[in-house]
Design a protein around this ligand. Structure first.
Ligand SMILES: [Fe+2]
Ligand SMILES: [Fe+2]
Length: 496
């Protein structure tokens, strides 16, 4: 029997909408889960996914990707790659494997909601594959991390992280619970597929994968690429949804979803990919700076996508462009200083050569962030490394959950963009965070940052209270990944 080609049956086979007779349409697709915008079903049925795939093709391709990635991993684990890896690279992997897999696993639930409650059959079809994708992304990453567990307890966090209240995990959860897990199918798809996956996942999965390949970590590189190829497909759900929103007079709503999600994702990726690319990737294997990747993929490419669709540039764009030059440098300082509160072993990434590179890529770095590092270096060289670990907790932003930072040194610019609301003061790291809060105060007002939890007694008192609260045994608390060796080059320089 002759088989039809996919394009001959695909459109017909995915017409899976019907008129329910046993229950009300509204019971089957409650607006708060399906479509709070009230767009007519005939409009949703025009949804045309740009990337069409059948289940048979899907399974075949995914199988090939898995075989590729697992084969490279098996070869590399025989070559003792991990044992010989630099502390920078171990820090990068420790950060990635603790921070990323659980977000992927949770994403499968967001896609499952789109699969169940999306009104467009094509959307549901693509989202089913997205659900399977995200389960695969969680599994492959937890499995790859498991390989390293015999060498280092850090990798336990690939599995453990989401069940802790570690401050970085809380920051991530707050972000992705907001975008992916507490909204209807259309809103979370626009926020996740369009603003998060199309704008940002390239950074962690393509940029970092290129660095990994140059470093010789082919298993990490192949794993990341295999993940990103799925992201590139399922992120396509976002575009036709935005088209439908625009054609039905919902531009302001679509714009707001994109603006909020873009900003929230920016903060997460700045801390994760910014630190990884500009500080953790071994210098001789870096190709582009984080800023250069941002320019190409986000400032140019994503902005072009927005324009082509008829979406305006987010109102905070000038602020964003400035943030690309600054935010992750400040976060890197905080990450290094507060290392005992992190599950991996952070590296400083500011040896003399690395500093030269930073100054070249970010002119003025030495006069700003470099000034703070000078103090850290002095303390280490004079035998006072313990002074580089602050005794008080940092102020955290009540939106992004990251440290409230700014520009240090000569460019000094640090302030809290606070808001008093219903008798409580909320601190934000930028006017954009405050704007997001003010859009939907009821959504955000109940959340307490780790600092709020210290103040109200939720975190047990005593020197170990915070660590117990974050479920961090003494052996799990981060220390300098290079045991301060990096600072010794400054001693030699001074001697010369
Ligand atoms: Fe994913
Ligand atoms: Fe995804």
């Amino acid at each position: 029997m002759a088989l039809l080609a996919m394009d001959e049956w695909y459109d017909f086979a995915r017409q899976t909408n019907w008129a329910p007779t046993y229950v009300d349409e509204k019971d089957l697709f409650p607006p708060e889960l399906s479509d709070p915008f009230g767009i007519d079903i005939s409009e949703w049925e025009k949804f045309d996914e740009p990337y069409k795939v059948s289940y048979r093709q899907y399974v075949q391709t995914q199988r090939e990707k898995d075989v590729g990635a697992y084969t490279v991993k098996a070869a590399l684990s025989r070559s003792k790659f991990f044992e010989n890896a630099a502390p920078n690279w171990k820090a990068l992997m420790g950060l990635h494997f603790g921070a990323v897999p659980f977000v992927e696993f949770a994403s499968s639930s967001a896609f499952a909601r789109m699969t169940r409650f999306g009104r467009a059959p094509g959307m549901r079809n693509m989202a089913s594959f997205g659900t399977l994708d995200e389960i695969r992304h969680a599994q492959i990453q937890v499995y790859f991390a498991y390989e390293f567990l015999k060498h280092d307890r850090v990798f336990d966090w690939a599995h453990k992280a989401p069940r802790t209240d570690n401050w970085i995990i809380v920051s991530e959860r707050h972000t992705f619970d907001d975008l992916e897990h507490t909204r209807d199918a259309v809103s979370s798809a626009i926020m996740t597929n369009f603003a998060f996956e199309q704008a940002f996942t390239n950074l962690q999965f393509i940029a970092l994968s290129a660095d990994a390949a140059r470093y010789g970590d082919h298993s990490f590189a192949t794993m990341l690429q295999s993940i990103q190829s799925d992201e590139a497909r399922h992120s396509q759900i976002g575009t036709p949804l935005i088209v439908t929103m625009l054609e039905n007079g919902k531009k302001a709503e679509a714009q707001q979803l994109i603006d909020v999600s873009f900003w929230r994702c920016w903060k997460q990726f700045s801390a994760l990919s910014g630190v990884s690319i500009d500080y953790y990737t071994p210098l001789e294997h870096r190709e582009y700076s984080f800023k250069e990747f941002m320019r190409e993929w986000v400032e140019d490419q994503f902005l072009r996508n927005l324009k082509a669709l008829g979406i305006d540039t987010p109102w905070y764009w000038d602020h964003f462009v400035k943030d690309v030059e600054t935010f992750h440098h400040a976060q890197q300082l905080g990450v290094y200083l507060y290392r005992p509160t992190e599950w991996w072993r952070p590296v400083a990434g500011v040896s003399p050569n690395e500093r030269e590179w930073l100054e070249k890529k970010y002119p003025g770095w030495n006069d700003t962030y470099g000034k703070v590092w000078d103090v850290i270096i002095d303390n280490i060289l004079s035998g006072n490394a313990e002074k580089t670990i602050p005794e008080t907790a940092p102020m955290l932003c009540n939106m992004c959950g990251l440290e409230l930072t700014g520009v240090a040194g000569k460019g000094w610019d640090v302030k809290s963009h606070y808001l008093d609301y219903e008798g409580r003061r909320y601190h934000f790291c930028s006017p954009v965070e405050r704007w997001i809060f003010e859009l939907e105060p009821d959504r955000y007002k109940g959340h307490k940052s780790i600092i709020d939890r210290i103040v109200d007694g939720t975190v047990p008192p005593g020197p170990d209270g915070l660590y117990e609260y974050m479920d961090m045994a003494p052996e799990e608390r981060g220390c300098c990944g290079e045991d301060y060796e990096w600072a010794q080059a400054y001693r030699q320089r001074a001697a010369e």
